[in-house]
Design a protein around this ligand. Structure first.
Ligand code: AHR
Length: 502
């Protein structure tokens, strides 16, 4: 039987915040060095930024870019990363057992964002692992104060006359995780986050602040962590963060394909926790969600290094360089759908990460840059997923998964743009069967199918690589129709679909 749903402009989820299409640049492996920054590369500009990568970043359509970590930030000394490059110290990066040269730093990050374009907004994480309130304030003064104080004048002396204007700040990273340098209990973190937020607002009440939520729904402290942290910080912060990474466990591809079931329940559980604390505090304020790390990540290789005694402190080593298949891209697309389906509360999200490290863009030092399979769903969602998310309640055939029980074969959302056109994003989770889809369109004034584009392949393991960078690309699907107010389409097995209607 076909999967079905109804679209009606009276039933909406909410407006998509452009920040939903954020990404993340961490000083980790080759994300920065030989990823975005490689002065000797033939395409490098005067500042050492790879222009071939810049072009792909623009095409990807990323907005907010979180920086400089991740786990890296919990040992980060921002002052190492500013001023004359030749004076910047080399430091041990405990998080990734690497050597950080600081050749790329705060000023370079802001200049890099400007080159991407006006949509690229900074999201700066501060170190609440090994540091605290004083250093956060110093960084804020250096970055944002116009002039006339020691640190703002230091920035100017370093060549940055204009303040950086960073509005969005993360109060630490994954502070619930025992792997985090300076890991804290919820009560300890809640206090330092509250004190830091209070002090940062003394400089500028309009900053937007993200408190650390859990590193995953699987953490034993999940929900209690959020409740404790928000009890301390509710009036002082704007967002609570969520992080989630998915990979197949023990070859269980059926559960992997339903990863968004977990992602959606994670979001809904965090919303419930935020609202519970708000109710307890009798507050009218709403805390929104910053899903500031999400992706497919095959983490076993890293856990092997993490659990070993190996410490070679290499410079920009090849770490977390996952090569994504078509199947991974379908799961990835489904994670994007999960975010859009909750656009009323998830108003910031960052794909972790941007280049080389679990990334949609790969590079070779001195060589080319190319798109991974996951590049395409992100670029399409960012391009067409702007406007009002329509409420989609699917009636779908189901399948059995070990982890999540019965799951829908269809995962879908739809976004109505300002000009009235509608884009349906849909995933068919079946590995073997095509899925017929029928969508009833009520009162939307739509008359034609502009295109039906899909990512699917006879070989779900197909990937783009250095030697075959264009092995996988999306294709047009024929036969999709709109007549008498009904959209009819067939979704190929294991496919990500973008159906544009006008
Ligand atoms: O994105 C890779 C790492 O995953 C980040 O540094 C950390 O925050 C998370 O555990």
């Amino acid at each position: 039987r076909p999967a079905r749903f109804t679209l009606d402009p009276s039933f909406t989820v909410g407006e998509v915040d452009p920040r939903l299409f954020g990404s993340f640049v961490e000083h980790l492996g080759r994300c920065v060095y030989t990823g975005i920054f490689e002065p000797d590369h033939p395409s490098a500009d005067e500042a050492g930024i790879r222009t071939d990568v810049l072009e792909l970043i623009r095409e990807l359509g990323v907005t907010t870019i979180r920086y400089p970590g991740g786990n890296f930030v919990s040992g980060y000394k921002w002052e190492d990363s500013v001023g004359p490059v030749e004076d910047r110290p080399r430091r041990l990066d405990l998080a990734w057992r690497s050597t950080e040269t600081n050749r790329f730093g705060l000023s370079e990050y802001i200049a890099f964002l400007k080159k991407i374009g006006p949509q690229a907004e900074p999201m700066m994480a501060i170190n609440l692992g090994t540091r605290g309130v004083a250093e956060a304030l110093e960084l804020q003064e250096y970055a944002n104060h116009p002039e006339g104080t020691a640190l703002s004048d230091l920035r100017r002396a370093h060549g940055d006359k204009d303040p950086f204007g960073i509005r969005l700040w993360c109060l630490g990273n994954e502070m619930d995780g025992p792997w985090q340098t300076g890991h804290k209990t919820a009560a300890e973190y809640g206090r330092i986050a509250a004190e830091t937020a209070r002090a940062m607002r003394q400089i500028d009440p309009s900053v937007e602040l993200v408190a650390c939520g859990s590193s995953g729904q699987w953490m034993s402290t999940f929900a209690e962590w959020e409740a404790t942290v928000l009890q301390e910080t509710y009036d002082l912060v704007d967002y609570i963060s969520l992080h989630a990474y998915y990979e197949p466990r023990d070859g269980d591809l059926e559960s992997f394909l339903a990863s968004a079931v977990d992602m959606e329940s994670f979001i809904e559980n965090v919303v419930a926790t935020c609202d519970h604390v708000g109710a307890r505090l009798k507050s009218k304020k709403q805390i929104n969600l910053s899903f500031d790390e999400w992706n497919v990540w095959y983490a076993a290789e890293w856990h092997g290094i993490e659990n070993s005694d190996s410490r070679d402190w290499a410079q920009a080593p090849r770490l977390l360089e996952n090569n994504y298949s078509v199947l991974d891209a379908v799961v990835f697309g489904s994670l994007l759908i999960a975010l859009l389906r909750h656009a009323d509360r998830v108003t910031v999200a960052c794909l972790a990460q941007l280049v080389n490290v679990i990334a949609p863009i790969m590079t070779e030092p001195g060589g080319p840059a190319w798109r991974q399979t996951t590049f395409f769903p992100f670029a399409q969602a960012s391009k067409y997923g702007r406007g009002q998310v329509l409420d989609v309640r699917v009636d779908s055939p189901t399948y059995e998964t070990e982890k999540y029980g019965e799951a829908d074969l269809l995962h879908a959302t739809a976004v109505r743009a300002e000009d009235g056109s509608v884009t349906v994003f849909a995933v068919n989770r079946s590995r073997t069967q095509s899925l017929p889809l029928q969508v009833t369109l009520n009162g939307l004034g739509l008359t034609s199918v502009v295109e039906h584009n899909a990512l699917a392949d006879a070989d779900p393991d197909a990937r783009n690589t250095l030697t075959h960078p264009q092995r996988v690309t999306p294709h047009q699907v024929s036969g999709t129709t709109l007549s008498d107010g009904t959209l009819s389409a067939v979704l190929e097995p294991l496919s990500w679909n973008v159906i544009r209607l006008a």
